[in-house]
Design a protein. Structure first.
Length: 294
């Protein structure tokens, strides 16, 4: 059995990063479809603030300050849902994310203890999924998690290696979690948009990346794609949906990596093979080995 069709109506939805951008757009759609929404973010844009105030009396939207890099603060989202709405969430959208600005860039290398970008972009959606599972499974309750990844999770990009690595991580995680749909009625999917006209691009990093509005999706377009992934049973757990202005929406397909890289194989593999051959031929103490490959 799988989650199957999951109409988003009269359900409880948690949206991290919902204080702005496409995650806020998704919160708007969720409320319009008669759902209760918890927006978890560090702050609200003026538009999002007005939105929360508009729904204060009906108590259909709650904002809570949440640093997704702190796991206890994410765990509190479950407690809040139970206290305010009487049950644990049905749907989670992990939309909080950050990019490689100079102070958290791989090449600038100013961080001393950890890559905060990995905490937010990779660890947060993975841990939030586990938190949600621990809440839903004992209650025999279906659950859907949609992680906002990126086309950067499918391709390399030299100037932003940590950002791309973080998105690769969650894409891989979603693919690994495909069986949870069948085994546990827990559907875990991801959307990989291209450029999106959100504050991340329009305000923060536009100058560095020569951002072009004509090549970007709107936040609402991506939010609608998330709605489809959450609700439609044809998108089973493990689905990674790409969405770009030039190619539209389509589930990612696995490619034959060997065939793709065949023309480059010998040249690119040679240094790796030389390095490993040297290691294979030397003991840990530096003395030559008499054993060849098994």
């Amino acid at each position: 059995m799988t989650v199957g069709d999951f109409p988003l109506n009269n359900k409880i939805v948690v949206v991290t990063g919902g204080g702005s951008g496409l995650s806020f757009n998704f919160a708007q759609l969720a409320v319009a479809q008669n759902n209760k929404v918890i927006i978890a973010d560090l702050r609200l844009t003026p538009e999002a603030g007005d939105f929360v105030k508009k729904h204060e009396l009906s108590k259909t939207v709650i904002f809570t300050k949440c640093n997704v890099a702190v796991w206890k603060e994410m765990q509190n989202l479950i407690t809040m849902s139970e206290e305010e709405f009487g049950d644990v969430p049905d749907v989670y959208v992990a939309g909080a994310g950050i990019f490689e600005k100079p102070e958290i860039s791989f090449f600038e290398d100013q961080e001393e203890d950890h890559y905060s970008l990995m905490d937010v972009n990779a660890s947060h959606p993975i841990k939030l999924t586990r938190i949600g599972m621990k809440a839903s499974i004992p209650r025999n309750k279906k659950m859907v998690m949609c992680i906002v990844a990126s086309m950067a999770g499918l391709y390399p990009l030299y100037p932003s290696p940590v950002y791309n690595a973080s998105k690769h991580a969650v894409v891989g995680f979603v693919k690994c979690m495909k069986p949870a749909d069948i085994e546990e009625n827990i559907k875990i999917v991801a959307v990989c948009p291209g450029l999106v006209a959100t504050p991340l691009w329009t305000d923060d990093i536009k100058p560095q990346w020569s951002y072009d509005q004509s090549q970007a999706l709107s936040g609402m377009e991506v939010a609608e794609t998330i709605m489809e992934l959450v609700q439609e049973g044809k998108y089973e757990g493990g689905t990674v949906m790409t969405h770009t202005p030039y190619a539209g929406k389509k589930p990612e397909e696995f490619v034959d990596i060997e065939a793709l890289f065949a023309p480059l194989r010998e040249a690119s593999y040679a240094p790796v093979r030389a390095c490993l051959k040297k290691e294979r031929g030397t003991h840990a103490n530096g003395t030559p080995s008499t054993n060849g490959p098994a």
